[in-house]
Design a protein around this ligand. Sequence first.
Ligand SMILES: Cc1cc2nc3c(=O)[nH]c(=O)nc-3n(C[C@H](O)[C@H](O)[C@H](O)COP(=O)(O)O)c2cc1C
Ligand SMILES: C=C(O[C@@H]1CC(C(=O)O)=C[C@@H](OP(=O)(O)O)[C@H]1O)C(=O)O
Length: 389
Amino acid sequence: MSLRYLTAGETHGPQLTAIIEGLPSNMRIDFEALNFQLHRRQKGYGRGRRMQIEKDTAQIVGGVRHGYTTGAPVALVVENKDFTHWRNIMNVEPIEGSDEEKRRVFRPRPGHADLNGGLKYNLKDLRNVLERSSARETAVRVACGAIARQFLEQFGIKIAGQVIRIGEIEAPPHNLPIDELIERTEASSVRVVDPETEKKMEAYIDQIKKEGDSIGGIVECIIEGLPVGLGSHVQYDRKLDGRIAQGVMSINAFKGVEVGIGFEAGRLRGSQVHDEIMYNEERGYHRATNRLGGFEGGMTNGMPIVVRGVMKPIPTLYKPLQSVDIDTKEPFTAQVERSDACAVPAASVVMEHVVTWEVAKAFLEKFGGDSMEEIRANYENYLSQLENY
Ligand SMILES: Cc1cc2nc3c(=O)[nH]c(=O)nc-3n(C[C@H](O)[C@H](O)[C@H](O)COP(=O)(O)O)c2cc1C
Ligand SMILES: C=C(O[C@@H]1CC(C(=O)O)=C[C@@H](OP(=O)(O)O)[C@H]1O)C(=O)O
């Protein structure tokens, strides 16, 4: 059985819930490290008032005893502190009351799931769509990814993320080692390494917000320390780069994904793109460059994985866009819900964990076992196979 999870819960409901299946037994869970990742997702310049209300922590309610997994499904919940303000609106019982009291949404917001979901599920209160389509759900996706991260870290694998662009402001390229990249982006309000860029991005977000507008950007995830051969060329749905792309595209507001130099590969010649193969005693097989972002044939090639995703601007604007009232069919401006102006730094943390999840899943498929001990033995055996190749 491969690693998988499902989530449930509404953005203004009592909590978000996730069930993870397929984790091995005897894996230590570091609760502090888990909550640190949730905290990282909440930070970031440009977020709205909701993030001041929430104090995300994951409570594990199944599958872990005395700090170690048992091999049973792991269940976890993240509370919505904001629920206290929405208790009546979100009530599962039928309630009397006007549309206003129920906060019924009937003017769909362009760029959101509102209208498509209303039509598809035959829901006349679009709140029944937006409650679930909200990116609030990414809190538990990060929690699941944070557990996957702890699993991979036990094999010396390191994961970093950074913001590459917010609107017109691009972060200058750098060649920092991964530990320094992690340290520098952690200290930045917009998850960049360069303090000058940080200042520019903050001022830019302030300006966009003042104009009642929103802005998107580009984020990058890097994973180092992976062995050759995660994923497979033999079947379309085993190609790990393909699975990562699906994961990234499933994040709210993500409109594109690229691996390594990505779309740039359409402009360059073969001699400028492919990574030449080298060998020496110390490193074994390796590549002179890493333009293909750690993948050939849907498999890892031992170089760091480099994945980028593009996030569109937040759809809810304080100067709302044209829409239609679903009762009267009259033109109207869309309903304004409280909103972020820019969530690109937060989205970079989400993307890290989504990519990490796919990598952990592929790792378990390759070295699968029911306990950490069994997986470690399989892993070491494979490493010696590689060494003797
Ligand atoms: C971390 C994060 C925070 C977000 N915050 C908001 C927000 O405050 N307001 C909003 O309108 N959209 C926000 N979004 C984007 C919407 O959730 C998303 O655009 C919407 O659900 C429609 O999905 P789609 O853009 O993938 O088609 C956020 C997305 C992410 C990843
Ligand atoms: C709650 C989160 O993000 C939310 C994502 C979101 C959306 O439409 O996607 C809309 C906003 O929700 P609200 O209308 O309650 O302010 C964001 O705050 C979160 O990231 O935890």
